[in-house]
Write a protein of this length. Sequence first.
Length: 362
Amino acid sequence: MRKSIGIWYLLAAMAVAVVFLVAVVAGADREENRFANMQLSAARTMADAEEYIRQEMLSKGIEPEPEDLNKMLLIGPEFTELTSTPGSEDAKRTSLNPNFAAAMVRYYHEAGLKRGDVVAVGTSGSFPGLAIATIIAASQMGLRTRVIASLGASMHGATRVEYNIFDIILALKEGGFADFDLIAVSRGSANDQGGGVLEGMFYEGSAELSRQICADVAARTGAEFIQINNISDNIRHRFELFGDDVDLFVNVGGAAVNEGTSSVSLTLPAGLAMTFQNIPTTSDRGLVFEYLDRGIPIINLLNVKQLAADNGIKYDPVPMSKPGDGGVYSKTQYSIVLIIAGIVSTVAVLAFGMVMTVRRKP
């Protein structure tokens, strides 16, 4: 009998907690971000840029892949000479959502960046949508953007030899969508030396093909072609290339030079990180940790599902979301009074139940 009394009080406390939780959620207010207009402008610019790139690809006779449900052409083939690692097609489709440019504007503001500040961007070809969002958002805010791009791409990323991540990034400048400096390129993939994941099975000479593509882009743009075999030296050289005036570093994708080779990189949060407790000390720790160790914030763009959830962006939408859709343009304000009242009421019911249960003991 005494046990049943305790259970009923516990259930009553749970009911009170649920009632207040519903009241808190129902009474929440959404307040538009003070920079919402800039966010919307960035999202619209990204949508226009993606359409511009789509038309460029169509003019080259490129057709959409079966996985490209929205026919945006920025979903690459599963396997080519440039495919470096496995990849999720739904994550790749989601990353093309133009509202990610709005999310990047939000991250830049939360990091405290202002016009004229320097953003260093290290990107592979794995998530061309996130690379576009990163560069366009920075340009919208008047940030000085320096980019080092690696050619390798995970499955369904910028895996096309004929229209790769270099072509996608440079189209932003050629189409007048963003201003940035492409300061260096590299082959990417294993040890940043090129070569696809199916080298020797279905493809031959992938590393040499990557080398030639990088050399051509470097000659055309004036960007440096990084050809450093040692990963620690490669990381150090990129850090020097970016310069000592960087205010924030953005990692797009999973290149080892950016994330490092330590398993600690798996614990990095998605999105903005102002600080990090468990920074590796090894020389191959990657640029994200080089900057965090110096007190410089980073934005980690790899876990697309988490990034979408954190920013109120729909995951894998068909058709693609329009600029302005989602919760990234506002923040939710919850009633502190209701929250405190709910906690106090729940604790009070539990305390009352404990007292009554003790009194009923022989």
